[in-house]
Structures are given as C-alpha cells and as structure tokens.
Design a protein around this ligand. Structure first.
Ligand SMILES: [Zn+2]
Length: 79
C-alpha cells in the first residue's frame, strides 16, 4: 500500500487531493544587500513539488487566491 501524506492549505485549510497539481509553495528567506546592512525578508513562491512540500517552513497554498493572501500576510508582517 502506498504511503500518502495529506496536505492542507495554510490559508483556507482545504485538503489537497492527489489529483490536484495546481497548488503552490511559499516560504520566507532573507537577503543581505551588503555586509553592513541588516538582512531583509524575501517571499518565495514556486509551483507544487512533492519533495519541497515536506519542508517544515514551507507554506502550502491551494491556488492563486490563497497565494495572494499569503503575500498580503507577509507584507503586513514586514511594514
Ligand atoms: Zn487555500
């Protein structure tokens, strides 16, 4: 029997069906403009990938609408 993992959208909590391949992954990284400047956050977004989906700090997003909400949250947290 194949082992499957159930993912939920981190915004709307919808569960992902195996047949759905239009999900997205987002995570936060930091970039340092120069040595003397503080690091600043970067939001990264990529199409669904089952290997990347395992990463503990990645957000699972069920589509463009929830990706937009995730970006809104990211922006609100860093202004
Ligand atoms: Zn969603």
């Amino acid at each position: 029997m194949a082992w499957t993992e159930t993912y939920h959208c981190d915004v709307c909590n919808k569960s992902k069906k195996e047949t759905e391949d239009d999900w997205w992954l987002a995570w936060r990284e930091f970039i340092t403009p120069t040595e003397n400047m503080p690091a600043q956050p970067v939001l990264r977004l990529t199409p669904w990938n089952f290997l990347l989906a395992h990463s503990s700090d990645v957000k699972h997003l069920c589509g463009a609408r929830c990706a937009q909400t995730q970006m809104d949250r990211f922006m609100a947290a860093h202004i």
